[in-house]
Design a binder for this molecule. Structure first.
Ligand code: SF4
Ligand code: SF4
Length: 239
């Protein structure tokens, strides 16, 4: 099989001329050029799933908004990352995430260190634009070190991907669809009885919210250390 050659492509992001490898995504090239695009489900080194849609961008000449984490670059394309239309859509995306579960920041262990909270602050979202649903889930505190609170989960699947792609355990998956969807251990068993979980804690460190946290940690102590995972991924790549 003849592989497509990787070439350099030239295009524009926010009127800035940029270049990138033809197999790059818009988000990757934006990052390389110091252009900020908000993300939530994305984590450098893990597969990209385009789940949260926060990284949507506009392409001149198209009415569609596309997730920049999965969209490959094209020669001469003109990307817009920060229009009023995009801000409006990102506010609505965040509102729907907040409204679906119970994100009461003041009583959350991740208060002050939560990526969902930071995104809302950055974009100036002062209140949800849609009514709250607050679907309730049972908290799983069965593990000796960690807790999973589905009420804080935004279904970004970072935990599922890191467990499968980095730890190689695949102890986690998603059960159900839509508002009823939740992260499960093995066949929806209590975390403590999971036979595939190695208790490595990688899922906890990459979780952007207070859905996964260490037992007995206060809000000031429970600062997620994503770099442990991203550095590990980078070190493996460099081998
Ligand atoms: S602690 Fe490690 S093995 Fe267990 S679910 Fe989390 S990432 Fe997977
Ligand atoms: S538990 Fe955390 S990392 Fe996993 S899907 Fe929910 S918010 Fe994302």
């Amino acid at each position: 099989m003849i592989k497509d050659k990787v070439r350099v492509k030239t295009f524009k992001i926010d009127d800035v001329a940029v270049t990138g490898r033809s197999d790059s995504t818009i988000l990757e090239v934006a990052k390389e050029h110091g252009i900020h695009i908000p993300t939530l489900c994305y984590l450098e080194g893990l597969s990209c799933v385009g789940a949260c849609r926060m990284c949507i961008v506009e392409i001149k000449g198209s009415s569609k908004l596309i997730p920049s984490c999965t969209a490959k670059i094209k020669e001469d394309m003109e990307v817009i990352t920060n229009s009023s239309r995009l801000i409006k859509h990102r506010k609505m995306i965040l509102s729907m995430i907040f409204a679906e579960r119970t994100h009461t920041c003041s009583v959350c262990v991740s208060n002050g260190h939560c990526e969902l909270q930071s995104q809302a602050t950055d974009i100036g979202l002062e209140h949800s634009l849609v009514p709250y649903i607050h679907k309730g889930f049972d908290v799983d505190a069965s593990h000796k070190e960690y807790v999973y609170d589905p009420n804080r989960c935004i279904l970004c699947t970072r935990c599922v991907r890191v467990c499968s792609e980095v730890e190689g355990a695949h102890a986690l998956d998603i059960l159900g669809r839509g508002i009823s969807a939740k992260i499960i251990h093995d066949m929806d068993e209590p975390w403590s009885t999971s036979e595939s979980c190695t208790s490595c804690g990688k899922c906890v460190q990459v979780c952007p919210t207070g859905a996964l946290f260490e037992k007995g940690a206060s809000a000031t102590e429970m600062v997620k250390k994503k770099s442990i995972v991203t550095n590990l991924i980078q070190a493996r790549k460099n081998k």
